[in-house]
Design a protein around this ligand. Structure first.
Ligand code: HEM
Length: 204
C-alpha cells in the first residue's frame, strides 16, 4: 500500500535536519564509535532537558482522541534510569537545565508534529543502543534504557503513532502543513539545544 501523503512529506521535508543531527558531533561520534563516556553522559543530560520540557507541554493534549496512550510513550523515566546508572544522584538530575526554546504547541496538530520527532527517534535509537553496547558495554538495564526505548515493540509503537498522525492530519492540507512545520521547528529547537551543549563543552 502506498504511504499516506502526510507520512511521506514528514519524512522528506525533515530529512535534511535529521541528517544534520545524525551527522553532527552527537550522531557522528556515536556512529563512528568514538564517543567518550563523558560525551555520552552530556548528551543524555541534554536529551533529558529537552524531553522533560516537551513532555510537560505535550501531556496536556487529548492524545486518547487519536488513539494514543501518552503515558506509555514518556521517555523521562528511561533517561533518569540511565543518568543514575552513570552516577548522577536524584539531586543532580533535578538540577539539570531544561530547554526553554521550544517549538510552538498551541494545537493538537502542532503537538502531533513535535511528537513525530520524539517517536521517530526511537527508530534510530535501535542503532544507537547497539553502538552504546559496543562502546561502553551498556544495555537497557544499565545505561542504555533511553536508546533501547520500547525494545522489541519499537516497530509496533511507530506504526501506531504513524496511524495517529494520519488521523490527526485527516487529509486536510492546512493541518498537514501545520504538522510538518511543527516537526521542522522541533528539529530546529533540538539542533539549537544540542549545539548549545557543544559550545559549552568547548569553552571548558
Ligand atoms: C546517530 C543518530 C541517529 C541515527 C543513526 C538515526 C537513524 C535513523 C533510522 C535508521 C531511521 C529509520 C529510517 C527508515 O526506516 O526509513 C530513523 C528515523 C527517524 N529518526 Fe533518526 N537517527 C538518529 C538520530 C535521531 C534523532 C536525535 C532524532 C530526533 C530526536 C531522530 C528522529 C527520527 C525521526 C523523526 C525518524 C522517522 C523518519 C520517518 O518519518 O520515517 N533521529 N532514524
Amino acid at each position: 500500500m502506498e504511504k499516506p501523503r502526510i507520512l511521506a512529506e514528514l519524512k522528506n521535508q525533515t530529512r535534511p535536519q535529521h541528517d544534520s543531527v545524525e551527522g553532527n558531533l552527537f550522531g557522528k561520534a556515536m556512529m563512528a564509535g568514538t564517543m567518550s563516556l563523558e560525551q555520552y553522559k552530556e548528551f543524555l543530560q541534554k536529551f533529558y532537558g529537552f524531553h522533560l520540557a516537551l513532555e510537560q507541554a505535550l501531556s496536556s493534549f487529548d492524545w486518547a482522541s487519536l488513539g494514543i496512550d501518552f503515558d506509555e510513550r514518556r521517555k523521562i523515566a528511561f533517561l533518569e534510569q540511565d543518568l543514575r546508572a552513570l552516577g548522577l544522584s536524584d539531586a543532580d538530575i533535578a538540577l539539570l537545565p531544561q530547554a526553554d526554546d521550544l517549538p510552538p504547541m498551541q494545537s493538537i496538530e502542532e503537538a502531533v508534529g513535535v511528537m513525530y520527532v520524539m517517536e521517530g527517534s526511537t527508530l534510530g535509537g535501535q542503532i544507537q543502543a547497539r553502538q552504546v553496547q559496543k562502546m561502553f558495554g551498556f544495555g537497557a538495564e544499565n545505561g542504555a534504557a533511553y536508546f533501547s526505548s520500547y525494545g522489541a515493540n519499537v516497530g509496533v509503537m511507530w506504526k501506531a503513532y504513524s496511524e495517529a498522525i494520519v488521523r490527526a492530519a485527516s487529509d486536510n492540507a492546512a493541518k498537514e502543513t501545520t504538522i510538518i512545520a511543527s516537526a521542522k521547528a522541533t528539529f530546529t529547537a533540538l539542533e539549537r539545544w544540542l549545539m548549545l551543549d557543544v559550545a559549552v563543552a568547548e569553552e571548558v
